[in-house]
Design a protein around this ligand. Structure first.
Ligand code: UGA
Length: 452
């Protein structure tokens, strides 16, 4: 099928590359010329495992452009996957979305086109995009009337495992009020739904993979599913962090408590890792947007609000733990292992490391840090904070009064802990992710503590 994708961020680019790999003919459009140029040359502006390899395989089916007139006419499906960054009120900024919708409306031809919202948009946006498309269609210079339907197809991929999540999803949700739109998207996704494509060697199909369920809903339900899924995941993490606080007081082990409750199939084991809490561009933005939407209807969402508060508290607990160990923070040197908001990405948006570093700097601490991938980006985007970046975890340890594991990169699990202990002024490690081996570190002469 002929597909156009507006926006080449995480969602747009991953979707485009996956659909191209499946054999569809895909035009990826971005208004940022430098991005288009880089992509045409096979250079990827984000760090995402295996994206480069899959892009290479999909290249014959991919076209990168900055031109709507090139991408839109003749496309059977147009995905809008532009950013919806938060505004100070918590409501998302819809400027890019409206701009994209207007441009698509001006360039669609008279063949039936399904315009799909893949950006995370407030409930009701489907109808709004439809009205923008119609308005734009009425002002076309050639006088033709576009034939289109709007659908919502929320994205559930995680950064760091974006391709795996796209090719082997738990479900595909399609919200559409018009049956023709559902039919077109069913055909588009059929290789994924039926799992009939040949899996790339570097992204093998999980042994448990089966046909993927397709959930067909109305527009508003699909839009709400996206927010409710992210809010639920965020509150699952905050729940285990809240129980972690109590576990610490009563002398229980929160990792074991998490495992114990997660084995109940009604609860499930994932997203129950306690620690410094969630970061990234999605959970914070989407829980704020959900609360803002509820506010428009005069509603409070106390559970979602509490999940956000608990998450903020986890960052403060890092400072509390360090105070407990070091008594005085002023003049100390503290090292952070990991800067990205999670492993396998260089994304620093709402990364806990930034908040923690700032809290420590405000208290007069000299902060050192290392990240295997996100370091250069940190230097570019947050260089002014004054964090001293090091080339290795061992270099961070040199002269430190404490090390904090912020991002659980695999590289940090097997450090030469004896060497780390020797280099530190005070051999103390605060494991913010329950990722390190307590016994190993203790044997190496380090005092080991976790958050909760
Ligand atoms: C999240 C959702 O998981 C995706 O389904 C969704 O598509 C995406 O947001 C989005 O809306 O775009 P992502 O933010 O990429 O994906 O990363 P996650 O793996 O969900 O991790 C989010 C944060 O939670 C990270 O900081 C991670 O360290 C933290 N986390 C995760 C925990 O603290 N504990 C856990 O048990 C799991």
């Amino acid at each position: 099928m002929r597909v156009a994708i507006i926006g080449t961020g995480y969602v747009g680019l991953t979707t485009g590359v996956c659909l191209g790999f499946l054999g569809h003919s895909v035009s990826c459009l971005d208004t940022d010329e430098s991005k288009v140029k880089a992509l045409r040359a096979g250079r990827i502006p984000i760090f995402e495992p295996n994206l480069e390899e899959l892009l290479e395989e999909a290249t014959p089916n991919l076209n990168f452009t900055g031109n709507y007139a090139e991408a839109i006419p003749g496309a059977e499906v147009v995905f809008i996957a532009v950013g919806t960054p938060p505004t100070p009120s918590g409501a998302p900024n819809l400027e890019y979305l409206s701009q994209a919708a207007r441009c698509v409306g001006q360039h669609m031809n008279s063949e039936f086109t399904v315009v799909v919202n893949k950006s995370t948009v407030p409930i009701g946006s489907g109808n709004w995009v439809e009205s923008l498309l119609r308005d734009a269609g009425e002002h076309r210079t050639d006088g033709s009337t576009p034939d289109f339907a709007v659908a919502s197809n929320p994205e559930f991929l995680r950064e760091g495992t974006a391709l795996h999540d796209s090719l082997y999803p738990d479900r595909i949700v399609i919200g559409a009020d018009e049956p023709r739109a559902l039919e077109v998207l069913y055909t588009l996704y059929r290789p994924i739904l039926d799992q009939t494509f040949t899996a790339p060697t570097y992204l093998p199909r999980p042994e448990t993979a089966m046909a993927v369920p397709l959930l067909s809903t109305d527009l508003a339900s699909a839009e709400l599913i996206k927010y409710a899924a992210n809010a639920f995941l965020a509150l699952k993490i905050s729940f285990i962090n809240e129980i972690g606080l109590l576990a610490e007081r009563v002398g229980a082990n929160i990792a074991e408590v998490g495992r114990g409750i997660g084995l109940d199939s009604r609860i499930g084991p994932r997203f129950l890792s306690a620690g410094i809490g969630w970061g990234g561009s999605c959970f914070g933005k989407d829980t704020a947007a959900l609360i803002a939407t509820a506010g428009e209807y005069g509603l409070h969402l106390p559970i979602v609000e509490a999940a956000r508060k608990v998450n903020t508290r986890q960052r403060d607990r890092v400072v509390e733990k360090l105070l407990q160990e070091l008594k005085i923070l002023k003049g100390r040197t503290i090292g952070l292992l990991g800067l990205a908001f999670k492993p396998n990405t260089d994304d620093l948006r709402e990364a806990p490391a930034i908040e923690i570093a700032q809290k420590l700097i405000d208290r007069g601490v000299r902060v050192k840090a290392h990240d295997p991938i996100a370091q250069d980006r940190f230097d570019r985007e947050h260089g002014a904070m004054g964090v001293h970046l090091c080339n290795s975890a061992c270099e961070v340890a040199e002269g430190c009064d404490a090390l904090v594991l912020v991002t659980e990169w695999n590289d940090y699990r097997d450090l030469e802990w004896e060497l780390v202990a020797k280099k530190m002024r005070n051999p103390f490690v605060l494991d913010g992710r329950h990722a390190l081996d307590r016994e190993k570190l203790t044997r190496a002469g380090l005092r080991y503590m976790t958050i909760s």
